[in-house]
Design a protein around this ligand. Structure first.
Ligand code: ZN
Length: 283
């Protein structure tokens, strides 16, 4: 999956300045400034841009790796690089990180994108409207007027592999660019457990009851500010699908041997479908 990188990801916030070999990320509207050769991507280092950026516009994001090989990533919130330096660099939409290599840089890119988006949308206090300031100890924006604390937004959501003996319920979304098969998924609402989300989403989207709900794995999915939690569960009773046509264009039972999914090493949805197809998941 996209977060399964070889090096350790350190996400604890610590106020600090970049070294010249650290990466400087420029992000706007879910696009990241990068250099791309086929699928290989790279970002500017601080050394390359230090003459053109103000140190007060730079925020520490995270580090990947340990010891001498550790790379730190910083967000740069001003952009005034000269044209000759930008040679070969373009702003690429976040979807590039689904296939970009090396994997560490793809994970860094999408994670930086989520953090940048949060900073961009967290400039003023939602309670009193005052301009926020960064806290010195943790990743949090504080209101100097009313002291309200604003933390990064992560929305919990579930992915559901609903099975019935040798078959699994596969879906396709309605009205989205993503045309491949998916599993039922949905956001957790306030006041419910994630297991209740599983039951509710299955009932809402396909009109079926479930039993034997089992947690599988989770995945940070920065493309939509989400923390995904995967569950397997079994059909309880009647198998007739009543599809929500606003959410889905396809919902059908597919036999294990008829599944056309291929391994992509990116999404939890894909891993769960492959686990069922290859009969590797046991309740
Ligand atoms: Zn306030």
């Amino acid at each position: 999956m996209i977060q399964d990188i070889c090096e350790v990801y350190h996400n604890e916030y610590k106020e600090q300045k970049p070294k010249s070999s650290d990466y400087c990320m420029f992000v706007k509207d879910r696009s990241v400034l990068l250099k791309k050769q086929e699928d290989n991507i790279t970002f500017f280092t601080y050394g390359e841009v230090s003459n053109y950026v103000k140190i007060e516009d730079i925020i520490y994001l995270f580090a990947i790796g340990d010891g001498e090989n550790q790379k730190k990533y910083f967000l740069c919130r001003s952009m005034s690089l000269p044209d000759e330096l930008l040679q070969g660099y373009t702003y690429e939409n976040q979807n590039v990180f689904r296939t970009a290599k090396p994997k560490e840089q793809a994970f860094a890119g999408i994670t930086a994108c989520q953090l940048a988006n949060w900073y961009e949308n967290t400039k003023y206090c939602g309670h009193c409207g005052t301009e926020l300031v960064h806290d010195h100890k943790e990743r949090m924006m504080r209101c100097p007027s009313c002291n309200a604390m604003h933390y990064p937004k992560i929305s919990p959501a579930v992915i559901i592999a609903l099975t019935d003996k040798n078959r699994i319920l596969m879906t396709k979304y309605a009205g989205r660019d993503y045309k491949k098969y998916a599993l039922i998924a949905g956001f957790t609402e306030i006041g419910e457990t994630v297991e209740e989300t599983v039951k509710r989403e299955v009932m809402e989207e396909v009109g079926l009851r479930v039993k034997n709900i089992r947690y599988y794995k989770s995945q940070p999915w920065s493309f939509s500010d989400t923390l995904l939690m995967g569950f397997f569960c079994e059909l309880d009773g009647e198998d007739t699908i009543r599809m929500d046509e606003e959410e889905l264009s396809v919902a059908e039972w597919v036999n294990r041997e008829d599944m056309t999914v291929t391994f992509d090493d990116v999404s939890l949805t894909n891993e769960m479908m492959i686990a069922f197809k290859e009969n590797k998941y046991q309740y």
